[in-house]
Design a protein around this ligand. Structure first.
Ligand SMILES: [Zn+2]
Length: 255
């Protein structure tokens, strides 16, 4: 069983003490590929260093996270654009709209997302989207940009069935992570009605650890916990869910 972890910040500071061990634990747990979303200018070096150290397993994306969009976002966005011109990446991301803590920079977040949707088209890359308390705002821009060539993932999907269906109709996938294992996560009412072919697995580590590690540091080795929960919700064998999500991720990210 080879799982694809489609969203791991394994380069982050939280893994400084044991990054190599965390990577070994992931591989031992059946995670064959780890995709790493960028956050902003401060995370690029650490991300690319990890990729260089583990080129068979870890693959970098390039993008600007909406929570890093502030007064100087144009400089960050230029850096994203320069990196995409310089070398291959598996995706543009993560990017999107986040209004959970702060709505001050909504216009700037919208502009940054528009530009990254444009870059995804230019480089024919999938786009990895982060939306938090901003599904409509993000969806609107993705739908506006969709000309049939865009693909990608609404990462950390935690909305309702209506939103899931709209994402699928747009030709996008749902990233399923630790929230699926939470008692109050709500996905137990949604995922049984969503086709398995629209789902990919992720942890979003170091955040959102699945049960029984909820509240602790998350890591890619916990991905099988998400797999088993998803399989139980869908009433399917874990092997079948592993195969399908791996096939979907391989096709989407051109692995
Ligand atoms: Zn993330």
């Amino acid at each position: 069983m080879k799982l694809i972890e489609t969203h791991a910040h394994l380069y982050s500071e939280q893994f400084r003490p044991d990054q190599a061990e965390a990577l070994h634990r992931a591989v031992a747990a059946g995670v064959g590929t780890i995709l790493m979303p960028n956050v902003d200018h401060s995370t690029i070096d650490a991300m690319l260093e990890l990729e260089a150290n583990a080129p068979a397993t870890c693959h970098a994306m390039m993008g600007l996270h909406p929570c890093s969009v502030g007064p100087t976002f144009e400089k960050d966005l230029q850096e994203v654009s320069d990196w995409l011109a310089r070398r291959p990446f598996v995706a543009v991301g993560e990017c999107g709209i986040d209004l959970y803590w702060d709505k001050t920079y909504l216009p700037q977040q919208q502009e940054a997302l528009r530009e990254q949707l444009r870059l995804a088209k230019q480089y024919r890359l999938p786009i990895v989207l982060h939306t938090r308390s901003a599904f409509e705002e993000a969806y609107e821009l993705v739908a506006e940009a969709q000309d049939g060539t865009l693909s990608g993932v609404f990462h950390c999907f935690s909305d309702g069935l209506a939103e899931a269906e709209r994402i699928i109709a747009l030709g996008f996938k749902l990233g399923i992570g630790g929230v699926a294992t939470f008692k109050n996560g709500g996905l137990d009412k949604v995922l049984p009605h969503v086709g398995l072919e629209h789902l990919v697995l992720e942890t979003d580590c170091p955040y959102l650890a699945p049960v029984p590690y909820r509240g602790k540091r998350n890591e890619p080795a916990y991905l099988p916990l998400v797999l088993h929960r998803l399989a139980a919700l869908l009433g399917q064998a874990p092997e079948a869910v592993a195969d399908a999500t791996t096939r979907t991720a391989n096709a989407l990210f051109n692995l």
